[in-house]
Design a protein around this ligand. Structure first.
Ligand code: NAD
Length: 281
């Protein structure tokens, strides 16, 4: 299968590695040359590490990398059978992308979004053929995290969700079918996790390190809420919180915090920018 991925950031690069490893030809596109180069290096580095650990042979790693084509030219997507976007969490940008993609690809090409919080129906609504549109939501880092949410929109044709679920399973992932509701399963459950942790910090009940320590050492979580938000990136995490809050008609359970909003506004995105709740300098 030829798969086009738009957006070569944290998620797009990881997803490209997953699908190239599963044997597909991948076209990975970004509008930003540096982001594209970074993605190529990070995938190469990740495959090299797997080869060093004997999880792949050097030949297998080279073959996977050879299936990956980095591009800034969307016209190279004309032969794609599935196009999945992982660009910025902005409805207008995603809708515009699919308008362009649909002018290029065949009528049978499947279209998918990796959105964390936008409604699949709202992105599909921009398409000429919304019945071929679906959500395929990976978790970060995509090559490692097993779970993938598969989200049919109201417009998605009958049977496509099951077809995509089987495809995702063939990539070595554990897909779960979810409804097209804000945050789907994981991000809906996660919002109060982050929100409550920030509220506890604001109320002075405990400092960040203590909350993170309690959740990892005692709660059994892999990462505490503050370390996890820094890992995801406050640009992404804050936008998702805002979007879930709005989508639930301003239900106070999902209310974003000013503490995180200020980090977002300051460009303190977390690990990726060297500073978030914690400092990574
Ligand atoms: P990111 O900022 O790391 O990467 C986004 C990339 O998209 C950037 O390289 C940017 O240059 C590119 N881009 C933006 N607009 C574009 C356009 N019009 N055409 C081509 N390229 C464009 O973001 P990310 O963390 O990879 O998130 C991407 C998507 O995945 C978002 O919808 C986000 O909600 C979702 N998501 C993120 C996570 C996470 O933990 N970071 C997890 C699951 C889903």
């Amino acid at each position: 299968m030829i798969i086009g991925i738009i957006g070569s950031g944290a998620m797009g690069a990881g997803i490209a590695q997953v699908v190239a490893s599963a044997g597909h030809t991948v076209r990975l596109l970004d509008q930003n040359t540096q982001a594209l180069q970074r993605a190529g290096k990070s995938i190469q580095g990740s495959l090299d590490k797997l080869a060093e650990k004997d999880k792949l042979t050097v030949e297998m790693a080279a073959a996977i990398f050879a299936r990956l084509h980095l591009t800034e030219d969307i016209s190279s997507f004309a032969d794609c059978e599935l196009v999945l976007e992982a660009v910025v969490e902005d409805l207008g940008v995603k809708q515009q992308l699919f308008r362009e993609v649909e002018m290029l690809v065949s009528e049978t090409c499947l279209l998918a979004s990796n959105t964390s919080s936008l409604s699949i129906a709202s992105i599909a609504a921009a398409c000429q053929k919304p019945e071929r549109f679906i959500g395929i939501h990976f978790f970060n880092p995509a090559p490692i995290m097993q779970l993938v949410e598969v989200i049919p929109a109201v417009q998605t044709r009958a049977g496509l969700a099951e077809q995509v679920r089987d495809l995702v399973q063939s990539w070595g992932k554990l897909p779960v079918l979810t409804k097209d509701t804000p945050g789907f399963i994981v991000n809906r459950v996660a919002r109060p996790f982050y929100g409550e942790a920030i509220r506890m910090l604001e109320e002075g009940l405990a400092d960040m390190a203590t909350i993170d320590w309690a959740m990892t050492e005692l709660g059994g979580f892999r990462m505490g809420p503050f370390a996890l938000m820094d890992f995801i990136g406050h640009d992404v995490n804050y936008r998702v919180t805002e979007s879930v809050f709005t989508s639930f008609f301003f239900d106070p359970r999902y209310k974003p915090s000013f503490t995180q909003k200020r980090l977002f506004e300051a460009g303190y995105y977390g690990r990726k920018s060297g500073r978030g709740f914690y400092s990574y300098a």
